[in-house]
Design a protein around this ligand. Structure first.
Ligand code: IPE
Ligand code: IPE
Ligand code: MG
Length: 267
């Protein structure tokens, strides 16, 4: 069945029965957006925060159950300290400003990454807002902060190695399901759709384990210019893809989605 268009989406309508369950976004291009306007980079990040709000709202309206946003990579610690400080201040401000909207819309905020590396005040804000939104059951919005896909895989490996050393896991028992259970948020299903803005055709260390069968969509638009219509366009494109998961024919969406969340931890 093809559903009705949420607020003024232009044709063709999205198939509301075949929405991605989990959308992940590499929000790139804030600095170039600002530079193109002769503005300091931080104003690009501020405009990017507005795009976060629009995108979250659009996903929530559609009924997408998980949205994961790459907000600060592990490698971004190598940026000038002034920019890092501004980004951390902006994050705190964003969390404070959005918490009531998140609660009202029953959106649960979560975070992945080496969170202990964040400044203590940011971490305290983050914990506070995660607690205050923990009842949200309509959508999970996950911020990737101090996040690297390789670091996540290493952190999981260390935990599993510890369990092996303690005799609680046999090496032969390490399979995809067990490994997935040691990632930062094992209950999230794997992303179905991965969007990158700003035209760069790379993954930049995002969700390396989880995106093995995600559909990729790269748009040349800079993140601050990304609109609700752009999001709908990515979903329309997603709905035209044949997701085969290695088979010769497109997989039944129900089978495919259970296959893509084989870690058994998405309930
Ligand atoms: C993405 O925008 C935001 C972060 C990485 C924090 P950039 O800051 O990477 O902007 P560009 O890619 O330099 O334009
Ligand atoms: C990826 O963007 C990280 C985030 C969007 C947070 P970068 O701007 O850091 O990535 P590269 O350096 O272009 O690969
Ligand atoms: Mg960038």
């Amino acid at each position: 069945m093809t559903g009705t268009n949420p607020d003024g989406i232009s044709s063709p309508a999205l198939d509301l029965q075949r929405l991605p369950k989990h959308i992940a976004v590499i929000m790139d291009g804030n600095g170039r957006w600002a530079a193109a306007r002769g503005l300091p980079r931080i104003l690009g990040h501020r405009a990017g925060a507005e795009a976060v709000r629009r995108t979250a709202e659009a996903c929530r309206e559609l009924g997408i159950s998980a949205l994961t946003l790459y907000a600060f990579s592990w490698e971004n610690w190598s940026r000038p300290s002034e920019e890092i400080g501004q980004l951390m201040d902006l994050l705190e401000e964003f969390l404070d400003r959005e918490v009531e909207t998140l609660r009202k819309n029953q959106i649960r905020l979560r975070a992945i990454g080496r969170l202990h590396e964040l400044p203590p005040t940011v971490l305290a804000h983050l914990h506070d807002i995660m607690a205050r939104t923990s009842q949200g059951d309509r959508m999970t919005m996950t911020l990737a902060l101090s996040y690297g896909g390789r670091q996540e895989i290493l952190d999981a490996t260390r935990r599993i190695a510890q369990l092996v050393r303690e005799g609680r896991v046999q090496p032969e028992a390490i399979d995809e399901a067990l490994f997935s259970r040691h990632l930062y948020l094992p209950e999230l299903p794997d992303p179905d759709l991965l969007i990158r803005t700003s035209g760069e055709q790379r993954i930049s260390n995002f969700l390396l384990w989880q995106i093995s069968y995600a559909e990729l969509y790269v748009t040349p638009k800079f993140w601050p210019d990304f609109t609700k219509d752009d999001l709908y366009e990515t979903i329309r494109a997603y709905q035209q893809r044949d997701r085969r998961f290695g088979r010769t024919t497109p997989a039944d969406p129900a089978v495919a989605s259970s296959g893509s969340t084989e870690n058994g931890a998405c309930g």
